[in-house]
Structures are given as structure tokens and as C-alpha cells.
Write a protein that binds this ligand. Sequence first.
Ligand SMILES: C[S@@+](CC[C@H](N)C(=O)[O-])C[C@H]1O[C@@H](n2cnc3c(N)ncnc32)[C@H](O)[C@@H]1O
Length: 323
Amino acid sequence: MQNYLATTKNVYKEAAINPQEGLCCTTTPVWQLPELDIPRIMLEMNYGCGSTVHPRDLANDPTVLYVGVGGGMELLQFAYFSRRKGAIIGVDVVEEMLTASANNFKAAESLNPWFNASFVDLRYGDALNLPIADESVDVAAQNCLFNIFTADDLTKALQEMYRVLKPNGRLVLSDPICAQKMPQQLQNDERLRALCLSGALPLQQYINMITACGFGTVEVRAKRPYRILSPQQYNTTELIYIESVEVCAIKDPMPADGPCVFTGKTAIYFGNDDCFDDHKGHVLLPNQPLAVCDKTATNLSALNRNDIFVSESTYFYDGGGCC
Ligand SMILES: C[S@@+](CC[C@H](N)C(=O)[O-])C[C@H]1O[C@@H](n2cnc3c(N)ncnc32)[C@H](O)[C@@H]1O
């Protein structure tokens, strides 16, 4: 690949000037919230593959960084929760996208009496070198951008998000993933990569890259079917199945025995005692499912007890549980 970052900029310059509904086929329903009216143009420019907006991350008026603004829809949704000047910082490397989203925020102002465009601070900048101070944001979000990056650039982008987050801050992301090995010729196709179709990594590899940056807790919140690359349409001999994932990574201190990664596993004690206590902070009450991280799930399974059931990953984790 000669210059896939320049190709990416050109693809999104075009998508800013001529909005392309369906550029990224998200199947995630758009948030419907009281008194939130999303302008039609923002819906048409929804170039994401899931949602990064989760009310549980957004209590206490957080400062949110959003990298890769697109038409601005998710920034408007974040602003719904942080209604003050500059609370949402949007960074994009495509000038035309910054201009388009600024226009869209003006349209949003006229539809939403609670919203003021000054809530969003738009900045020109690159995900690989963020124009943001260290430890200055509570939430750092990106939707359908990081999958475009090659491994070295993805590491840089994740390290940048880690750098700018306050301690205990949250990285929320949505991206395509692919369990199959993406054929090299597709990986090297700069345009397909820019269109979020051929940079997708296996989920475990993506999680490993996130935890390698220092995030002590990772939550896999959703996993959904996304796209098929068929041999009839793409340069591949086999059908490639792509999913999209929503992940929250928390800048918690790294536990001594490694990160806590929640993929939706649950432990259930069904013995005759009042509870089961592993004396490592996990107390299982009879027949009350406890969400456990994968590390704890492995440790509990290794006990080989006939009164503890550990479920498979659902990839739909929504909080609570151990650790
Ligand atoms: C697939 S679109 C996603 C847009 C938006 N997140 C959404 O969900 O609709 C990717 C976005 O990232 C921007 N972008 C591309 N390369 C970038 C980079 N290196 N740094 C920051 N933004 C970039 C594009 O201009 C575009 O706005």
C-alpha cells in the first residue's frame, strides 16, 4: 500500500461533499431520546457501524472526545448528555468533513431548542497525533475509523486515546471485526480499507491491542452481523463474513494477573451452601447469575466443580458482576 491514509482522506472528502447514504451499512437503530431531533442530513451521513453512545458512560456531564466526526450525528447525541460550551470535542483530518458537520450542527440547532452548536468544539487533527492535552477527557469515542488503520497505525491511534483519557476514563468504539483471515489482496486494497471493508481484525487480536496500551478493563457490549464479501463481488476465493462490535475500554489500573475482559460470560452456583466464595472477590449466591470476566470464568471452570456453571460468551455485556 502506497498511501492508504491519503486514499482514506479522499474517500471521506468525497463523502463530505456528496453524502452517500449506505456508505457504511449500520443496522444499529438510531437512539430515539426525548426532545432529540436528528436532522435528516446527519442520518444520511451516518457512516458508523454501531453506536458509541451509551447513557451509562455519560453521567456527570463528561467531556467527550470524538475522533472521525462524519456528519456529526453521534456528537449531537453526546451533546444531549453534556450541554455546555466545548463539552464535545470533534477531531477530523478531512477539512470538508469538518465544514459539513459544522453546517449540520447549525441545522440541529434549529430543530433542538436545548442544543447550541457551541457545545461542539471542532478541531482539525489526526487520530494518529491528536491535538488534545494529556489526561483531559472523560470519554474518547470513535466509530468505524480505527479498523481502517494498519496494525502499527492502530497501535498509535489506541495509544493516543489512552494518553488523552483521564484516569478511569472510557474509550468507546464501534468497528468491523472478522474472525477469518482477511485475504492479503483485500487488506492491501486502499479503497476497500478506507470503506471499512478489509482492515477488520479478529476480535481477540483487537482486544489484545487495546489491553497492550494499558486499559485494565474491557467490555464487549455488542456484536452484530455487518457485511459479506463474496467471490462474485470481491477478489476472494471464499466468502468473508464481517461483524461489527461495540467495545468500552476503561483506563483502570492493570490488575496484577492481567486485564479483565468481559465478553458476556456468567457464573451460576447451584450447590447447597449459602454461597460460593473464591476468596478473590467473587461471591456466587445460589442460582443468581454473576457476570464474570473471561479470566474469572477460566479460573472458576478450572475448579472442575459440579455445582458451578460457567456460560459461554454472549458478546452482549451490559455491566455489573465481578472485578
Ligand atoms: C467511516 S467515517 C465514520 C464517521 C462517523 N464516526 C460516523 O459514525 O458516522 C470515518 C471518519 O473518520 C475521518 N478520518 C479519516 N481518517 C482520519 C484520521 N487519520 N484522523 C481523524 N479522522 C479521520 C473521516 O473524515 C470520517 O469523518
